[in-house]
Write a protein that binds this ligand. Structure first.
Ligand SMILES: Nc1ncnc2c1ncn2[C@@H]1O[C@H](COP(=O)(O)OP(=O)(O)OP(=O)(O)O)[C@@H](O)[C@H]1O
Length: 130
């Protein structure tokens, strides 16, 4: 019975630890990665624009998916860069492929996010200004 309780406590503890590790990862990436800092500033600006233009619930869902996906992908890209740097300090074609493919994933999502942002915001901005 005791061991069961201990087991449960251990699981709760482990979930809390996982959150701590995740936040530590986000913190270290935000501190060191300029691209991530730029994405955060742009995300804040987009959220402000969404509030100012009073976008709908569905539009908020799309905006939050774009922002969340972008930030998550940027973190994954940073993780790939770290693992590659850990694997080799020398030039290696596979290291280049891994980093460039991860950067490509970020680029595709960023480009689509810009298109989504333009579709959502441009008509509202034009209507607001005219
Ligand atoms: N060990 C390596 N072997 C081969 N090419 C590498 C290696 N490390 C980096 N590169 C390549 O060199 C270029 C610059 O990589 P670097 O990691 O310095 O910057 P980055 O990929 O733009 O990352 P960051 O976003 O941190 O600036 C990229 O094309 C990358 O694929």
């Amino acid at each position: 019975m005791n061991s069961g309780l201990r087991g449960n406590n251990k699981r709760t503890h482990s979930v809390l630890k996982s959150f701590t590790f995740a936040f530590a990862g986000i913190k270290s990436a935000v501190k060191k990665e300029k691209n991530l800092q730029i994405h955060l500033v742009i995300s804040a600006a987009v959220i402000l624009l969404g509030i100012m233009l009073a976008i709908s619930r569905l539009e908020w869902i799309m905006v939050l998916f774009a922002i969340g996906g972008m930030l998550s992908l940027e973190l994954m890209n940073t993780a790939v860069e770290r693992v590659v740097d850990l694997a080799t300090e020398d030039y290696h074609p596979l290291a280049k492929q891994a980093k460039d493919i991860a950067a490509g994933a970020v680029f595709i999502y960023a480009a689509l996010s810009v298109i989504i942002g333009a579709i959502l915001f441009l008509p509202k901005i034009i209507a607001y200004m005219s």
